[in-house]
Structure formats: structure tokens, C-alpha cells
Design a protein around this ligand. Structure first.
Ligand code: FE2
Length: 452
């Protein structure tokens, strides 16, 4: 496609392959305006902004963070954010818990697995439908995470939210959601993920039926793409497949509520208009979505089984090199071709704490019991691995090329122990018999050489 020829050049008419309403790239320095000329050029803070807008900076890192980590966005908005905030009143959202949260009569030491949490009859929004399963670390020192399940049956109406505590990684499992944010609109469906940065204000709407999914709430340093090392410049998650929304704003004068999560507490403030009033913005601190179907898995092509870190989509550093505050790891469709190899995940015991969720299909190490919408937790230094059925099948299979199809599970892995909430231990559908999946693994050793 060309629109004109100039001095022998054929110039592209429009960016190709870009999803309408989104800009491609991870951590790019974007610029976008919903009205022509709303974005100042060549400077951030003109004496007077076009259209009578207010200029405002949203900082995601300390002002003096190293330049390769420094993130901020300049917003040009109808009202500055101080007008989207009045006096605060504390409110209760009893199912949304924050670390440190250690419940005395709940035992977190163990291997746990849950069936999907069912929807209730009552209307639940993004806020009232959030159910914390585990917490780790400490929000006050900005380390650790929480894992949640969301059960959304109602849109937020004239209601808005931001978390000062965390960025949220959203992993839908059922139903579509629309995130109307200060910086643009993200429509999200299963097999996609979204990252909502700390401090970003938004409203969540249902697009069709009820929605259920998983959330990793990251109290620490932001998610970034892992280094690929010898893998090189391609494969795994590629930067171009991340999509950030273009600017979109509302000019609506209507009584509205803004809820803020701050150090684990929730507060409400009343205002007289929609706070989603950013007409134009530029910067690199913005929400983003990513289609998990574009994740290019890399694995073993002759023998043996690499560590699951080979499937890392995003990593949130902890300050200790190579030891993540959180890794987000994806187990998706892939070919298994390894020769003379036990192909499922091996038995292991690990310093990291692994919370898994099933998005769809069947997981290879657990053919039964770990179903779409379900979760499992293998906490710090708790042994786990394939159940008997998976072990016997993998030990006796004819090892031709075999495609693991119809499968998509993920892991929120953290260096910190994960503590169960009361909801996870007592209300959610915990499978009491989960550890029995290893009971029937028999002793095969009898001292005879060559026995297999
Ligand atoms: Fe594991």
C-alpha cells in the first residue's frame, strides 16, 4: 500500500497489521490524541495547553530511576486528578486481602488444589467480586504479591478504581471484560492478558455474560520481559504483540464514586463527573494487553526437560538477580519430541512458591482434577509432580512426536511463601483429597539391577 511517491520512495499509507484502537509494542514511548492538536509537540508543559486542558504527569517509577527503567506518562486532561479526589471514607471489601495476611487457624503448608469458584446469584463488580486466594510478602515494603479470582456479574456504573498498592496482571478464563481506563480502552477475552499499572484509574464493564478469571497483584517492581539469553532476539513473548490503547476520554457530568486501594485498605471519594478525561497523552507508563496465542514456546528438541522458566512470559524482578518477585509462566500447546525422556514435568521441590491456574483444556502432569477455572498451589519447599496416572502413561508411552493440544495453564511463581486466605481454605471449593493423587505411586525398587 502506498499513498504517494516522493523522490523515488514509496511511502506506507498507514501502519500495517495494527489492531484498531491499539498501538503495538512493550514499554514503547507512545503518543496518542483523541482530538487533533491536543498533544503538545516538542515540550511537556506549555504555558497554556490546547483546548484548555490541564497537563499532568503520572510517574510509575521514582523520578531518578535508571533511564532504562524510568516510566512516566504525560496526560492532557479536562480536569487535573486533584479534582477526581475529595475527602476519603474507608469502606470494606472483605474478600480482597493484602499481605501481610497470615490467618492463625489456616494452614498454608501443603499442596492444594481447587475446583473453579462458582458465580453467585448476587451482582458482583470488579471490586466486590474479587476473591483473594493467597498473599505473599508485604505491601508496605512493596514486595510480594497476591493471587485472586474475580467473579464479575455486573458492570461498574459511574464507579472508578485505582490501586496505589500494585499493578494488576489480569488473566481471563471465562467471559469478556472492558477496561475503560484513563489512557484508553482495553477489551479483554480469555487467552489474552492485561497489565493495569499502579495508580491507573479505570472502570470495568462486562461485555457479555458473567466473567471469571485470575489476577496477580504485584506489589513490587513492574513486570518486564525476561532476558532471552542464548535464545536470541526472537521467540517467547515478542514486543510487537503487546497492545496499548489509543487515547479515549469521557466528558460526563454525573455523580461518581472513586475507590482507591492504598496499603491494603479501601477508601471511597465522591466526585461530580467522570475522571476518564485524558484527551491526549504521551509516555511509556500505560496499560497493555497481550494475546497468549502469540507466545512462541521454545523447548527441548532431543532429550530431557528444561526448567519451566523456559516458558516465562513476564517477570517482575525482586532485586536479587534471577530470583523473581513474580514470574508469569505459560504452559500452552506445543510439540513433545524428546527421545528416551520422561516428558511431563519431573518431581521437584523448589524454593519458589507456585500458584497455577487452568485457562482451558487438560494439563499434562495432572490429566484429572485440575480443570479450567481451577487453581493449585505448591508452596515453598513442598514436593510435587505428576500423579500416578501421568507417571505410568509417560513412563510407558511410545515416544514419537506428540502434540500437547487443547491446553493452556499458567503459573504465578514468587520467591515468597504464599499464605492462604480464609476464603481459599474454607469457602472456595478446595479438593481435600488432592494429595491422594500421589498415594498410589508404588515402590518399584527391589534391588534388582536393570529393573525399570
Ligand atoms: Fe512445580
Amino acid at each position: 500500500m502506498t499513498d504517494h511517491t516522493q523522490a523515488g520512495f514509496h511511502q506506507a499509507a498507514t501502519p500495517c497489521g495494527t489492531t484498531e484502537g491499539y498501538m503495538p509494542g512493550f514499554g514503547n514511548d507512545f503518543e496518542t490524541e483523541a482530538l487533533p492538536g491536543a498533544l503538545p509537540q516538542g515540550m511537556n508543559s506549555p504555558q497554556k495547553c490546547n483546548y484548555g486542558l490541564y497537563g499532568e504527569q503520572l510517574s510509575g517509577t521514582a523520578f531518578t530511576a535508571p533511564s532504562h527503567q524510568n516510566e512516566r506518562t504525560w496526560c492532557y486532561r479536562i480536569r487535573p486528578s486533584v479534582k477526581h479526589s475529595a475527602r476519603y471514607e474507608k469502606i470494606a471489601l472483605p474478600y480482597w486481602k493484602t499481605a501481610p495476611h497470615v490467618v492463625e487457624d489456616v494452614i498454608s503448608l501443603g499442596q492444594y488444589r481447587w475446583d473453579p469458584v462458582a458465580h453467585s446469584d448476587q451482582p458482583l463488580t470488579w471490586l466486590t467480586g474479587m476473591r483473594t486466594m493467597t498473599t505473599a510478602g508485604d505491601v508496605n515494603t512493596q514486595v510480594g504479591m497476591a493471587s485472586h479470582i474475580y467473579l464479575v456479574t455486573a458492570s461498574m456504573e459511574d464507579a472508578y478504581f485505582y490501586s496505589a498498592d500494585s499493578e494488576l496482571l489480569v488473566v481471563p478464563q471465562e467471559g469478556r471484560l472492558r477496561f475503560c481506563t484513563e489512557l484508553g480502552i482495553i477489551d479483554l477475552e480469555p487467552k489474552e492478558i492485561a497489565i493495569l499499572p499502579r495508580g491507573l484509574l479505570y472502570r470495568v464493564e462486562l461485555i457479555d455474560g458473567p466473567a471469571r478469571g485470575f489476577v496477580c497483584e504485584n506489589y513490587g517492581q513492574k513486570f518486564e520481559l525476561p532476558g532471552r539469553g542464548p535464545i536470541g532476539a526472537n521467540c517467547m513473548a515478542n514486543r510487537r504483540d503487546f497492545k496499548t490503547p489509543v487515547a479515549a476520554f469521557e466528558d460526563r457530568e454525573v455523580p461518581s464514586t472513586v475507590t482507591i486501594k492504598w496499603c491494603g485498605q479501601f477508601h471511597e471519594t465522591k466526585i461530580g463527573h467522570s475522571p476518564l478525561d485524558v484527551v491526549a497523552w504521551h509516555g511509556n507508563y500505560a496499560p497493555v494487553k497481550y494475546d497468549l496465542r502469540t507466545y512462541c514456546p521454545v523447548g527441548s528438541i532431543l532429550f530431557d526437560h528444561p526448567d519451566p522458566s523456559i516458558f516465562t512470559v513476564l517477570t517482575a524482578p525482586s532485586g536479587v538477580p534471577g530470583t523473581a518477585n513474580i514470574d508469569f509462566v505459560l504452559f500452552r500447546e506445543r510439540w513433545m519430541v524428546m527421545e528416551d525422556t520422561f516428558r511431563p514435568p519431573w518431581y521437584h521441590k523448589n524454593v519458589m512458591s507456585e500458584l497455577m491456574g487452568n485457562i482451558y483444556g487438560q494439563y499434562d502432569a495432572k490429566p484429572q482434577g485440575f480443570v479450567p477455572g481451577g487453581m493449585s498451589l505448591h508452596n515453598m519447599m513442598l514436593p510435587h509432580g505428576p500423579d500416578r496416572e501421568a507417571f505410568e502413561k509417560a513412563s510407558n508411552a511410545n515416544l514419537g512426536p506428540d502434540k500437547l493440544d487443547n491446553t493452556m495453564s499458567f503459573m504465578f511463581e514468587t520467591r515468597f511463601p504464599q499464605h492462604l486466605t480464609e476464603f481459599a481454605a474454607k469457602e472456595a471449593p478446595l479438593q481435600d483429597d488432592y494429595i491422594d493423587c500421589w498415594t498410589s505411586l508404588e515402590k518399584k525398587f527391589d534391588g534388582t539391577p536393570g529393573r525399570k
